[in-house]
Design a binder for this molecule. Sequence first.
Ligand SMILES: Cc1ncc(COP(=O)(O)O)c(C=O)c1O
Length: 442
Amino acid sequence: MITNFKNSDEYRKKIHNLIPGGAHTYSKGDDQFPLLSPAAISYGKGGYLFDIDDNKFLDCSMGLTSVSLGHAYEPIINRIKLELDKGVNFMRPSIIEGEMAEKFLSLVPQHDMIKFAKNGSIVTTAAVKLARAKTGRKLVAFPSDHPFYSYDDWFIAKTACNLGIPDEIIDLSVTFKSNDLKSLEELFSKYPNQIACVITEPERSVDVEIDCAKFIKEAIELTHKNEALFILDEMITGFKTDFPGSIKKFNIKPDMATWGKGIANGFSFCALTGTKDVMELGGIRNTGSEKVFLVSTTHGGETHTIAAGLATIHEFEKNKVIEKNQALGDYFVSEVNKVILAKRLQAFVSVSNSNWMPILSFKNKNGDVCNGMRTYVLQELIKKGVLCQGIFIPCFNHTKFDVDFFCEGLDFALNNYEQISEMGYENVLIGSPTKPVFRKFL
Ligand SMILES: Cc1ncc(COP(=O)(O)O)c(C=O)c1O
């Protein structure tokens, strides 16, 4: 039983005086976890994490889905070391930039050109900028019910946390309902000749019952009919739903696609790919035409993170990582369902039938999704050495043993679930339930 969080409690007290939010993404913040939990990680190895109190946890979300092979995965570390010895940032581009451009584009034959960056938000924003430059239009359209596309104003403007963003900017983003063609059609009718682009994730792991491929194909057609550009955001799906992602699985050709998270095993390497006619706008060789200031950052070509990307691609190709990760995802879903069934909790607890990112859902006695019960279960899982945010991201280092370990923890965490939901989670949850990242007030 893991109950010692002495160093974590000290850390929690101190860190908010030093770092606003206590972390560098709100998704890692204290308000996203139960109080009885690790506040900071000391190191990770494979599919496990070690916190600052020396507690060991099974890692279920793998660096917010970015670590696709495993923590400190040796072939990646060894490849990076070679690069570190040669220096990481020069006066002119490194030769590795050309090597990566050719390699990555060979995985995405739909696209001709690529631009690198250190964060996903930079590449989604770059895609939006190119679409506006290409079409001469202002509006950006994305699904209102999808969680995240960028920390930049064009996306954050439409969330509850839009303080600091002028109304003029807020009005430049418009939304439709995901996987609903009619809703997108209505948007194009409402704003004729004004929408520069549609940006969407290809599929989400909660969409298992929906024909996302059909929607995306029709949405691309509709977008092109309206002379706008289509951007596919593969930040989460990339290197998970297929290799390289849903662009291949669905056999589609968006104008641009954005990549990050799992493509460099947690290292800061992201990419925008696209067709030549749009990407070339960010180039410098069309003398006389107006210049688009596309992504331009000091660290964008940092060599060792690009090497991490190349080594990750190599591992995926050599070891059939997608097949292995998805097989483990299938095993996770079936084993978790067994636990739920054995506890007779089908009316309360469920797992989405997704083999690339299964999501658990927790309901209360009224049949409503209940964040308090969810936080309580996460608290109990932590006691059994499982650090979970309600999802499981299979990585190459995870094994069936790890899924069995998760299920043992879940079996424990679900003890008395029905009774607790009857009497109220407040009686057993230490601290508050987790809070939504996008909330107006703290
Ligand atoms: C779908 C999607 N797009 C873009 C981003 C932004 O990526 P980053 O956090 O690297 O800026 C995220 C991050 O969670 C995401 O989930």
